[in-house]
Structures are given as C-alpha cells and as structure tokens.
Ligand binder design. Sequence first.
Ligand code: GLY
Length: 345
Amino acid sequence: MRLLVVGAALGLAACASEPPVREAPVEARSAQAREGETSTPAPLEKPEWTLLVHGGAGALSSGSLSAEREAAAMAGLDAAMEAGAAVLREGGLALDAVEAAVRVLEDDESFNAGRGAVLTLAGKAELDAMIMDGRDRNAGAVAQLRFTKNPISAARLVMEQTPHVMFAGIHADALAAHSGLDMREEDYFVTEQRLDSLQRVLDQLEEAKNTGTVGAVAMDREGNLAAATSTGGMMAKMPGRVGDAPIVGAGGYADNASCAVSSTGHGEYYIRTSFARMVCARVAEGMSAEAATQATLKEIADLGGDGGAIVISHDGSVSLAFNSAGMYRGQIDARGVKETKVYPD
Ligand code: GLY
C-alpha cells in the first residue's frame, strides 16, 4: 500500500505497536452518613477503579435525536465502558483502559472519531487524538491522520516509540502504517450521514456543528490516572485545521498529582483557555473535580464557546459537566455504578 511505501522510504523504526453519573449505592456511603449523624454529607468512598467516557457535547437537546440514533449512541458508550472496565477489573493500567475504550468509540460511526468522523470542506476526514499517562505525564498525539483506523493507538505509539510528543499529517500515517497499525482507505471513514450533514452546511441549511469527539479518563487500582481524546474535529472545517483534541493541556491532560481530563466542544476555545491543564491546576489547588470543571467551563462560556469534559480527580471524585445542550457520557466503577446519559440531569 502507498503508505507503507512512504513509511519504508522514510526508514521509520519498526515499533509495536460502567455510563453518566448515578448516585453511588447506599453501601458506598460512610457509616456516619448512613446513620444521619451529621447534616454534612460524608465523602463517598473512593472506588477501587473508575472509568468515564464521553461521546461528544453539542446541540443534543431532548428530542433532537431519533430514538434509533440515541439507542445506537448509548450502546456504543456502553461497549466502550465495558472495554475499558475489563482492563481495570483485572488490575490493568488506566492507560490501557482509556485506549481500549476510545478504540471502541472510534470504530462506532455514531461518534465523531475514526469511522463516522465529521468531514472537512473538501469532504475528507482528518483525525486528531491524544493520550496521556498520569504516572509520569508522558504524552503522545497525532493530528490530521487520514488513513489510520484508530488514531488513539497512533497517539500511544508516538508516546511510547518515538522521542517526540506529536506527529501530524502524512508522516503520522506513515509512522502508524510502518508500525503495523490497521490502515484504511479514506472512504472507510466517510459515512452517508456525515456527507449529508456536510452538504446541509455547504447549502447553508445548517450551522457547522462542533458536536462529537470521544474520550475516556480512568483511575486504576493503583490510583494511576490516564486520559485519551480522539476526534474528527469540526464539521466543514478548513482542511489543515487542528483543534484542541491532540493538544496536551487543551483536549486532555493527566497527572496523578491532580486529575485526568478529556475535553469535548468547540476546540478553538479549549486551546485558548488551556482547558484541561487549567482544570487540573484548580484541582491541585484543592478544588473538587466538579468545581474545577465548572470554573473552567465558565471561562469557555465567557469567551463565547461551549462544550464539556469528563474529569477524575486524584481523590476519586468525578465530573461529567457541560454547558452545551447535551453530552454523550458514561460512568462505570468498582462499586457497581454504571450509567449512560446524554441530556442534562
Ligand atoms: N473538540 C474537538 C475539536 O474542536 O476539534
């Protein structure tokens, strides 16, 4: 295949390559809170492991989705959560869990990542992704992939098999191909539904949307955090545009000392606010995951943007927050919490 030839010509080194928030079960509360001995709710016990996923925030108001599309998206979130949870239940790494979850979402055309990604003005998919390991803040990212089936695995490849953090364009695809990742022709990523949406935007029957993006954050049994984000970006974006998703500190961040974040929304605002890093800085200063996420989403709103994020703090508290109409989201943890949602609570 052409890319393999490109990779070989470059002489690249071969390389390896439980949904949204439900109140925790009663047994997870402290004995003190159960007995009602104080009016201040005691903190929930930290679960042994936790995984959050998102399938994008945006114009997802109640009734805007057909029952069929909503059910398909919920099934996709569920499958992604199960893939990540299977890793964590066995004592696996948060890093492996977020990659496993995001790969499922990339393969599911309900979401704006991998197959079914939104299209550029030229009708092509250009895919961005990042992954980050909270143990040592190692990170990898790819931008403008056009042939790699699972961009999140290409991002991990960059992190683990190169001395760099980000690759872009044809060289990123060539690295992935030469390293044995699954490659596809460009048509694989383009679905009828996305072509129809692009046409409506080009006909100016519809505003270009920033819905989509997928992501996962996890805490494993050792307390390690990891984050992963993958996207096709914005519908009808200019070819060459890169959003927040592959930018460490904007589309995602992970640091065992503070938190793990995966963002979704209008990427330009997330870059301008260093969104994911800001959430973690606020957690490091003592804010809860929810307070830190809300404060940073307010910065996005103040600039005129919208979107959301999933966050796990080092203390095990979580946030699945958004300031858009809805966000596909899911939470699963070792206590038996398992839930998916799309609309506000
Ligand atoms: N948040 C995804 C993007 O703007 O590209």
